[in-house]
Design a binder for this molecule. Structure first.
Ligand code: CA
Ligand code: CA
Ligand code: CA
Ligand code: CA
Length: 427
């Protein structure tokens, strides 16, 4: 009898151990499946974004927030493409892509343009210039290799262009605080831990508003081809060999005698700083200028770097353009035509004195876009997040930057995860 009981106990405990192992295995299998779902949805999300940009026929096809909000992959999970809210920095996320040319390019902007950003310091602006210029001459306040060689882990000054914005963390005067502000999870919103002082990381000032740092205003990826909207090379009006092309263009668009009238005003050898300069000195009417603006250029360069999209950039970024004051920027933002892809309209808003100095620094359309993609498995047990930058002008289009930022944590409302974990679908 005693023996029988003993055997039963042993068998029962064996069964218990076995059941537990089964359960743990099943749990791991379910988690592995969730992880895989989340990462496959993320990859799919990146392809979706790339296709959306490449296939878009107008900006409207890219701008619609509904294209990026709670996209469901049946029986697998969901993804979102989030972007920092532009005006109300609260807890309401915004969805969509960010044109990289709505930011300041740290490879091309001079110290004055950099200093236009609030949060930028003289020291950092000077050090950015020294980091990317080839020489070892220290700009006042800046730093070259001599400085970096004295760090605990010494390194050389790069003396070459930045490849990522994150590289700034190597540069004198830049800290995570300056770069990311209080928004350490990079969602552009004020999360609980970003507004509780030192109760939890990061340390913040608990003032109910988000200090956003410089990161969202900076890029190394605002490059575009010097081509018109249809992909044709532009006519360089400073190149005397292209004069006949310009005459042909003017004759095509306007009457022959009008074309002659314009050409007479620019004798051979006349050069222009940029196309806005050409507008003011050629005697073109604004509507005439609008018709040809996209077909002309003042440089033989096939790539244009660091131009700022005057049709979409925020006030903060436009204020970095030389000579523009708040009133000018307000006037520009309030006069933007809807879905415009050119810059000709700028001459209706700014006078010659203000327009010409910015003419070579602005563009009308977007080229590279960044996307911040968040994916989650159907059961809410796994999520993934990545920042990517897509170059649709390369052929074929390509992803020029891809960084996993899943380690920053879940960037959307926690309720989404709770809903999914309770087995409910999202609305
Ligand atoms: Ca240097
Ligand atoms: Ca945040
Ligand atoms: Ca905190
Ligand atoms: Ca704060």
């Amino acid at each position: 009898m005693i023996i029988t009981i003993w055997v039963t106990v042993v068998l029962a405990s064996l069964a218990l151990i076995f059941a537990r192992t089964q359960r743990v295995t099943a749990y791991f299998a379910a988690n592995a499946k969730a992880e895989m779902q989340a990462s496959m949805i993320l990859d799919g999300g990146v392809q979706y974004v790339e296709a959306t940009i490449v296939n878009a026929e107008s900006i409207e096809d890219i701008e619609d927030q509904l294209l990026y909000d709670t996209m469901e992959i049946e029986d697998a999970g969901y993804f979102w493409v989030i972007r920092p809210p532009e005006y109300d920095i609260d807890r309401e996320p915004e969805y969509g892509l960010v044109p990289e040319n709505c930011k300041i390019n740290i490879n091309t902007a001079d110290a004055n343009m950099l200093m236009g950003l609030s949060g930028m310091t003289n020291e950092l602006a000077a050090s950015i210039i020294d980091w990317r210029d080839e020489d070892d001459e220290i700009t006042e306040g800046g730093a070259e290799s001599d400085y970096y060689q004295l760090e605990d882990h010494p390194y050389d000054c790069k003396n070459a262009p930045f490849e990522t914005v994150e590289e700034l963390l190597l540069v004198k005067g830049c800290t995570e605080e300056i770069l990311y502000g209080e928004d350490t999870n990079l969602n552009g919103m004020l999360d609980d831990n970003e507004d509780d002082g030192d109760l939890s990381d990061p340390i913040d000032d608990r003032n109910g508003s988000l200090d956003i740092g410089l990161f969202r205003y900076l890029t190394v990826d605002s490059n575009e081809k010097n081509m018109d909207v249809d992909g044709n090379a532009r006519i360089n009006i400073n190149n005397s060999e292209a004069r006949s092309d310009l005459t042909t263009l003017l004759e095509e668009k306007f009457k022959e005698d009008r074309a002659l009238e314009i050409m007479v005003r620019m004798p051979e050898g006349t050069t222009f700083e940029n196309i806005l300069d050409f507008y003011f000195r050629s005697g073109l009417e604004p509507d005439e200028f609008e018709e040809i603006a996209d077909s002309i250029t003042t440089t033989d360069d096939t790539e244009l770097d660091g131009l700022i999209n005057v049709n979409l950039a925020s006030k903060e970024v436009l204020l970095c353009l030389p000579g523009l004051e708040e009133g000018d920027v307000d006037a520009l933002v309030n006069s933007r035509p809807e879905n415009e892809e050119g810059i000709a309209w700028v001459v209706d808003v700014l006078d010659q004195e203000k327009a010409v100095p910015i003419g070579a620094l602005i563009t009308g359309r977007s080229s590279r876009y960044s996307a911040d993609i968040v994916s989650v498995s159907q059961n809410g047990r796994a999520f993934q997040r990545a920042r990517v930058i897509i170059d649709p002008e390369a052929s074929p289009s390509k992803i020029v930057y891809w960084k996993s930022i899943s380690h920053l944590g879940w960037p959307l409302d926690r309720e989404i995860l709770e809903t999914l974990r309770s087995g409910e679908p999202l609305e």
